[in-house]
Design a protein around this ligand. Structure first.
Ligand code: MRU
Length: 345
């Protein structure tokens, strides 16, 4: 049995242990998942979140589904395991990408063979380990777009917590820091769920990176009055034409960046690119509980009975995106042609 241990997750060989991101930064607690249903519930309730992280968690959930199989039709059982894991969060394509890969592996195996579970486990570990390598490469490539001592704005959390490790947008920031290139970060608090304030600020403070927290409505003023070299964010799904779904508020940042002549970069592994979705209009946008908006984390800030709209993601039009940084290279317009060439080349 293989194992893996990072900040966001630990695969013990028999269970998946997740740092409870709902409780950070106040307490560091862990949720142990021993069944695929528990992994699905952890994804849905945002114990684990961030596109690459939920993809890898689902892959381990798939392994747990195979491990706990007790008889009956194995194909039917694994189909249900996949459905349960897929039916959690609709926007991040990495979830479906990882489950497709696990199913493909399963279907390539002889169901009567010894070591079937071990083969699936090896595939899940490969997905997880590849993610770390991809993020390091994204970090290195993305750093080439930034000047030394860069000042950037980021949104949500695209760090080690949102991936298996290292991060995508924060991977670029981290690479700059680790290689002595100098980096200063403004992070939006990212209402309503506060991934910026709670998670990104926590990660960057822990790494000793210069980080300043702002509320979301301050970003325009910061762009106007401070020297900002770039906006850099992660992604949940990138359509074939380069439209980018990411945490709600990303679109506003991209519009503001355009107005101020600031480059807007998206850092994401190729597993976030969905060539079967032609434009952003086709990307399903998750709507979450009204409670997230009527409350600021746990404190109620709105009157009873008020109507609420809570889309968890938005779509940034490709013409606002200056470059997409993937582990395979940096892509620019025309995205439809260049993303296809990158993925299929
Ligand atoms: O709702 P979340 O916290 O799962 O949303 C996460 C994001 O929007 C991230 O920016 C995205 O998944 C990229 S993570 C590397």
């Amino acid at each position: 049995m293989g194992t893996l241990k990072t900040l966001s997750m630990e695969w013990t060989g028999d269970s998946l242990k997740l740092i409870d991101q709902r409780k950070l930064p106040y307490v560091e607690e862990y949720v142990v998942c021993s069944t695929h249903e528990e992994v699905a519930s952890a994804i849905k309730s945002m114990v684990i979140r961030g596109a690459p992280a939920i993809g890898a968690a689902a892959a381990f959930g798939y392994v747990l589904g195979a491990m706990r199989y007790t008889g009956g039709g194995l194909y039917e059982h694994m189909k249900k395991v996949k459905e349960t894991l897929a039916n959690t969060r609709p926007t991040a394509v990495n979830l479906f990408w990882a489950l497709e890969r696990m199913e493909k592996k399963f279907l390539s195996l002889d169901v009567n063979m010894d070591g079937l579970v071990e083969e699936l486990e090896a595939e899940a570990l490969e997905i997880a380990e590849e993610d770390i390598e991809k993020n390091k490469r994204i970090g290195e490539l993305g750093s080439q777009l930034l000047p030394n001592n860069a000042v950037v704005i980021t949104h949500c959390n695209a760090g080690a917590l949102a991936t298996v490790d290292y991060g995508t947008a924060l991977g670029v920031i981290r690479y700059m820091h680790e290689n002595g290139l100098g980096i200063k970060v403004y992070v939006d608090e990212t209402r309503p769920y506060l991934q910026g304030a709670r998670l990104t600020a926590w990660e960057l403070v822990k790494l000793g990176i210069d980080v300043t927290l702002i509320s979301d409505n301050m970003a325009g003023w910061v762009m106007k009055t401070k020297k900002i070299d770039a906006v850099i964010v992660g992604a949940d799904r990138i359509a074939a034409n380069g439209d980018v779904a990411n945490k709600i508020g990303t679109y506003s940042l991209a519009v503001l960046a355009k107005k101020h002549g600031i480059p807007f970069y998206v850092a994401a592994p190729t597993s976030t690119v969905d060539l079967s979705t032609f434009t952003g209009a086709e990307i399903p946008i998750e709507e979450r509980s009204h409670h997230e908006v009527t409350h600021c984390h746990t404190v109620k800030v709105a009157p009873d009975g008020v109507k609420v709209f809570n889309p968890a993601f938005d779509v940034t039009d490709n013409e606002l995106v200056d470059a997409i940084i993937t582990e395979k290279g940096i892509v620019r317009q025309p995205y439809y042609k260049n993303l296809r060439a990158l993925l299929e080349g």
